[in-house]
Each structure stands twice: as structure tokens, then as C-alpha cells.
Design a protein. Structure first.
Length: 166
């Protein structure tokens, strides 16, 4: 399956260079010239290639939630360009094509048992699981708890967050 950068006819390096151009431009605070405008178009085209994989993952998540018997709204989002660039600035060694959360979805579930059940159902679906961070077992220092599952669907990485309301 083609990756998002391949679907727009660019190499990984070309997409990463566009991200780097926008990172530098944002840090320096200069007016946008032709290079920055081209980079912006590349980043937006790259970002758009996550829409279809995200839709597929959300449908699978909704199915897993429904089958687990939970009445939950599943939210989805594509990270907007300013957030992508902000993340590139916060993590200077990160390349745009490495980001695991360009596309993401979240289900806020009634309790941890349902979180575990939905997680098991996701693990049986056809998306390849790339990474799992279980912040319920090992909470962040801030107290944040959730399960983050990064899946590869149609060549794109999509992050799924499963958490409870509290």
C-alpha cells in the first residue's frame, strides 16, 4: 500500500524538507516567500492523504466500541498545519514523515474494563499495530492516563486514544 507521500507523488525527503522549511520560517518569523508557500502546499497535500485512512480507523473504532456495548462518541481529527509545525519546533529532531499523530481519533469510555475490551478488539482488526503506549499501567508524571495505539492503515499512521472520563 502506498504511503501518504507516495500518493502525492513526493519522496519522504521532499515532505520532510517542506516541514523543515516551515519550521525554520516559523522560528525566524519572516514573511512567507515562494519556498514557504510551496512548502505549505506540500504539507497540506501530505496531511490530506490521511483523511481516508483515518475514516477507516474511525469506523473500526466505532465498531469495536459498539461491540463492547459502550455508548460512546468517537472523535477524530487531522492535525492542522500550525500544530504540525509547532510539534516540529518542540521536537527539532523529528521529521514530518515520522509523526505518528498527523491523524488521530479518541474514544472516552465508561471504565477501564471497557478500555481493555475495546483495545483487545482493535488488536484483532486488520490495521497493523505499530506501537502501544499504555499510560493506564504507567501514568505520565502529570497523572494523564490513557491507552495510545498507533496503527498503520493504507500506508498511513493513525493514533487511537482510549481513555476514561476521569
Amino acid at each position: 500500500m502506498a504511503t501518504p507521500h507516495e500518493r502525492i507523488g513526493l519522496s519522504r525527503t521532499q515532505v520532510d524538507r517542506a516541514g523543515e522549511t516551515l519550521r525554520t520560517w516559523t522560528i525566524d518569523g519572516l514573511l512567507a516567500g515562494p519556498a514557504e508557500q510551496d512548502a505549505s502546499r506540500v504539507v497540506n497535500a501530505y496531511r490530506s492523504e490521511f483523511k481516508s485512512p483515518l475514516r477507516s480507523v474511525v469506523m473500526g473504532l466505532r465498531s469495536a466500541v459498539r461491540t463492547a456495548g459502550a455508548e460512546v462518541v468517537v472523535a477524530e481529527r487531522l492535525k492542522r498545519q500550525p500544530r504540525l509545525v509547532g510539534k516540529l519546533i518542540r521536537f527539532p529532531t523529528t521529521r514530518l514523515t515520522q509523526m505518528q499523530d498527523v491523524a488521530g481519533c479518541r474514544a472516552i469510555l465508561p471504565n477501564l474494563a471497557v478500555v481493555d475490551e475495546v483495545r483487545r478488539r482493535i488488536e484483532r482488526q486488520k490495521s497493523e499495530i505499530v506501537k502501544v503506549n499504555d499510560y493506564n499501567s504507567t501514568p505520565r508524571s502529570s497523572g494523564y492516563r490513557a491507552v495510545h495505539i498507533v496503527v498503520r492503515r493504507d500506508g498511513a499512521l493513525v493514533e487511537i486514544q482510549l481513555r476514561t472520563a476521569s
